[in-house]
Design a protein around this ligand. Structure first.
Ligand code: ADP
Ligand code: MG
Ligand code: MG
Length: 887
């Protein structure tokens, strides 16, 4: 067997790796190699593969044999290419040691710059470059990073020493310190190093190199990296790679600088070169948000040639990778270098716009576009914004950068820890800080929004907030955090005060504002129409389409869902129509009535009310199918419980409460969820369903007469045996027929059933004989399959999840193994007797991406979810089709 290769060189226009090798070289390493091959100016270096990281953890943190030699050989090669040697007292080579896994984890792992610096090299570098200030700055940065990352010395201590030096010299910025100051700072830094490690700062560059490599591999398993992977559900990676790369210096002087740029605007998606930079600074200064950087366009004024070269490169990279690129660059004495490129993270609006634009530009096809937008992106677009009416005449306190879109209101907290504690108590919090760093991640997750006073669009706060879809205003100069107080504009706020931020505009407001949900943009409509096409073209069973319907009980819900692109109503629950105060009294009258006549009398009063609601829903759906479920909940829920309710009903009936009470007592059930509910109500009181069916037909007839297209479907719940349907279906058919004939209207009204009792799923072939369609009621089906009471899971589900007894909450995402087996069986059995049986899902899980994928695989024809989830479901449904359909 050939010897395993651990290290991959890149430099001088060719590389041993390429962009396809992300798994092995990490995203950063693979793209450094690819850029090198493309002839883009990348400082040479080499990448130690992710397999070494995996081996390191498998083998009690020891490296595989042969690694050391391979690293040293590549170092020698690098020294040759650069014409410099690591640690050389005359003309030292300096390198960066950078982490990078296959999936980008921004700011989650550690990078060390200027490695190779020591007491001799610093002098050599100062002489060689004629720039002692730069040499000492590089050294002090190296001690700080090495101390912090490799030795775990709190970086605050270094920062304090730096601040003290600036104070003593009465300068505001780091750039105000001269060579001598920095030399003195190095002395201070070494003292800090020694105090913590009891050792002198390592002078041997090879010791430094291995210390740094160890630290990068070590960072793979640090808490924040683990937490990041957990939060982003990143699994199955081998580890991080380590990139050792020759340094270029943006802190060389005023003709040098460093920056981050995007080939398109990552917030809006506009096809405009976007980015920011700092002159005379090293990479991490931009990302850390210590100084507020300048807009990329101003680089044209500082160095036109470099700016134009950068424009060329961003076009070249975008065309090459066919996606928006996020690039790091450094200019050393007027010479441009690219240090990183990757497909840029983007806000939801940008994701959609870029996808739509790139299709129009011919860069990608529609399928690729659909795959690139995530449910989270759309979720952001459907984020609330401040009600413009409430904003009328109100001035913001201040304005910062619109770093992550959406509006948020919350109570001010100043630390991530406080954010977590407050959120735990159920408070809505808004994290207000000077800047954020990776250890704040836990607090950022629970915050409604994030406001920072420093840093740019690529600061940690901005990048992480965009990734999480949390609204963020960054770099707000009018914000000054002072301990447990903050001045915003002219006003001082304390912890717990309410503020509102608008991450789409950058505005910050005092107090709480009503938030409203946004409208769909034209780009989003276009994009989702592509998704719909994919869904409409797919065939499941013998029926065309894998569609997204909605759960809507009221005309307004139906209208909203229609606007969001729902292809029908998958579930219209009718019980709310009974709970309505006006109707409830009639229904209560019905359930305590002694005779059929009295029951009919009471139901008559409800009929026109139901009819009106149905008409509204039919109208809103403009001829798309509307599945109406006949009355489902336990009778128990309608029974008057309190004294007042009993008194009210008694008065309505003109009887004494004490005479009414025994009848009510008789309706009591020990186990209502398994009791008198669903179609069992119609077995005992057929008049109820009769009335509902009549209301449906009459509403449909009204539509036909008004030229409104209509497609009602009647759904019978809680069926467990085909005999129930054999009894109820003909009754419904008779009512439909009678009313249609009377009105001289022709209309096809399907009658189907919910599959939500396990027995019904098992006997689906028998049931299918009486049903035009199936709809899986996965709330009850899950409840009855697990024997988990939906209303009581709170008492044990957290423990199940914590102990890993269940991977996912089966009420959020369908349990594929168990419940899914029943769904699969029922679909197959049902279609075995009725090949064109339409099958859908109407449980709460219907909007969950994993469930949607499962439903597609199982052969369902539609999913149904709440109106707000509809756009996301349209995307995930199309993605499921693409993912599971072989070309
Ligand atoms: P991250 O993954 O956190 O972005 P990076 O490895 O990209 O970490 O590096 C952090 C910063 O250091 C970036 O701004 C990067 O451009 C800069 N940097 C890394 N390597 C070099 C180098 N060889 N020369 C100059 N700057 C570098
Ligand atoms: Mg980077
Ligand atoms: Mg149910």
């Amino acid at each position: 067997m050939a010897k395993q290769k651990f290290v991959y060189f890149f430099g001088e226009g060719k590389a041993e790796g390429d962009a396809k090798m992300k798994e092995l070289l990490g995203g950063k390493g693979a793209n450094l190699a690819e850029m090198t091959n493309l002839g883009i100016p990348v400082p040479p270096g080499f990448t130690i593969s992710t397999e070494v990281c995996a081996a390191y953890y498998e083998n009690k943190q020891k490296y595989p044999e042969g690694l050391e030699k391979e690293v040293l050989d590549n170092l020698t090669k690098l020294e040759k290419v650069m014409g410099k040697k690591l640690g050389d007292p005359e003309d030292p080579l300096l390198v960066s040691v950078r982490s990078g896994a296959a999936v980008s984890m921004p700011g989650m792992m550690d990078t060390i710059l200027n490695l190779g610096m020591n007491d001799k090299a610093v002098v050599g570098l100062a002489n060689k470059t004629g720039n002692p200030r730069f040499a000492w700055d590089a050294y002090r940065r190296f001690i700080q990073m090495y101390g912090d990352i490799v030795m775990g010395i709190p970086h605050d201590e270094f920062e304090e020493a730096l601040a003290a030096m600036k104070k003593a010299k009465k300068v505001e910025l780091d750039t105000g310190l001269d060579a001598k100051d920095l030399e003195n700072l190095v002395v201070e830094y070494k003292k800090i190093y020694k105090k913590h490690t009891k050792k002198d700062f390592p002078q041997n560059p090879l010791d430094q190199l291995w210390g740094a490599i160890n630290a990068v591999f070590g960072s793979w398993m640090n808490e924040r990296a683990i937490k990041y992977r957990e939060l982003n559900n990143i699994k199955g990676l081998k580890g991080t790679a380590v990139n050792v790369q020759s340094m270029v210096f943006g802190n060389f002087g005023d003709d040098s600088g460093t920056g981050v740029c995007f080939s398109r605007d990552p917030s809006t998606g506009k096809n405009e070169f976007y980015g920011e930079f700092l002159m005379n600074a090293q990479g991490e200064d931009v990302v850390a948000g210590i100084r507020t950087p300048e807009k990329i366009a101003t680089l044209a004024k500082k160095n036109k040639k470099v700016y134009e070269q950068l424009l060329d490169i961003k076009d070249k990279l975008e065309n090459h990778f066919r996606d928006m690129q996020d690039m790091e660059f450094t200019v050393q004495q007027g010479v441009l270098y690219i240090l990183q490129t990757r497909n840029g993270k983007r806000a939801g609006a940008a994701a959609v716009k870029i996808a739509v634009d790139m299709v129009a530009e011919g860069l990608i096809d529609k399928e690729t576009a659909i795959k690139r937008v995530t449910p989270e992106h759309l979720d952001q677009l459907l984020h609330p914004m401040i009600d413009p009416k409430a904003l009328k005449g109100i001035k913001p306190l201040t304005k910062g950068l619109n770093a992550s879109p959406g509006a948020a209101c919350g109570r001010i907290v100043f630390t991530a820890k406080d954010a977590e504690e407050w959120a735990e108590r159920g408070e809505k919090v808004l994290l207000v800080r000077k800047d954020t760093s990776p250890e704040d991640i836990g607090g950022m997750v629970v915050s409604e929004g994030i406001l920072t006073s420093t840093g740019g669009m690529t600061s940690h706060a901005a990048v992480v907030a965009r990734g999480m879809g949390t609204p963020c205003v960054a770099g707000a100069k009018g914000v000054s955090v002072q301990g447990k107080k903050v001045v915003i504009g002219e006003k001082t706020f304390k912890e717990g005060d309410w503020i509102t931020i608008d991450g789409s505009t950058g505005d910050v407001y005092e107090g709480q504002f009503p938030l409203i949900s946004p409208k769909m943009s034209k780009d989003l409509e276009t994009f989702l129409s592509w998704c719909d096409k994919v869904c409409a073209d797919s065939v499941r069973g013998n029926v065309k389409g894998f569609l997204v319907r909605t759960n809507a009980d009221q005309p307004e819900d139906a209208k909203r869902a229609f606007d969001f692109g729902a292809q029908g109503v998958g579930l219209c629950r009718t019980e709310h129509m009974f709970f309505d105060k006006e109707k409830l009294i009639h229904f209560r009258t019905m359930i305590v009535a002694d005779t059929e006549e009295a029951r009919k009398e009471a139901l008559k009063k409800i009929l026109p009310l139901q009819k009106k609601d149905f008409f509204g829903i039919f109208k809103a759906m403009e001829g798309r199918p509307v599945t109406i479920r006949l009355l489902d909940p336990p009778l128990h829920e309608f029974v008057p419980h309190t004294k007042e309710e009993v008194a009210e009903l008694a008065e309505h009936l003109g009887v004494k409460p004490k005479d009414l009470q025994p009848k009510i007592d008789k309706l009591h059930e020990a186990n209502p969820m398994l009791g008198h509910r669903g179609c069992r109500l119609a077995v005992t009181y057929p008049e109820i369903y009769d009335m509902q069916v009549e209301a449906i037909v009459l509403a449909a007839i009204d539509c036909v007469k008004k030229n409104i297209p209509v497609k009602p479907e009647i759904m019978i719940p809680i069926v467990c045996d085909e005999q129930e349907l054999a009894l109820l279906r003909p009754r419904a058919e008779a009512i439909i027929k009678k009313n249609l004939e009377k009105a001289k209207v022709k209309l096809d009204i399907q009658i189907g059933t919910m599959i939500e009792v396990p027995r019904a799923a098992l006997l689906a072939d028998k049931i299918a004989a009486f049903a035009d369609f199936f709809s899986f009621g996965t709330n009850d089906l899950t409840q009855m399959t697990f024997a988990f009471s939906r209303d009581d899971v709170g008492s044990f589900m957290p423990a199940y999840e914590k102990l890993g007894l269940l991977d996912v909450d089966p009420f959020k995402s369908v349990d594929e193994e168990g419940v899914g087996m029943l769904m699969n069986w029922a679909t197959t059995k049902g279609r075995s007797v009725k090949s064109d049986l339409k099958v859908g899902i109407c449980g709460e899980q219907g909007g969950d991406p994993a469930t949607i994928d499962f439903c597609f695989r199982t052969g369902l024809n539609y999913v149904s979810c709440s109106p707000f989830r509809v756009p996301i479901a349209r995307l995930t449904a199309a993605q499921a089709v693409l993912r599971n359909t072989k070309k």
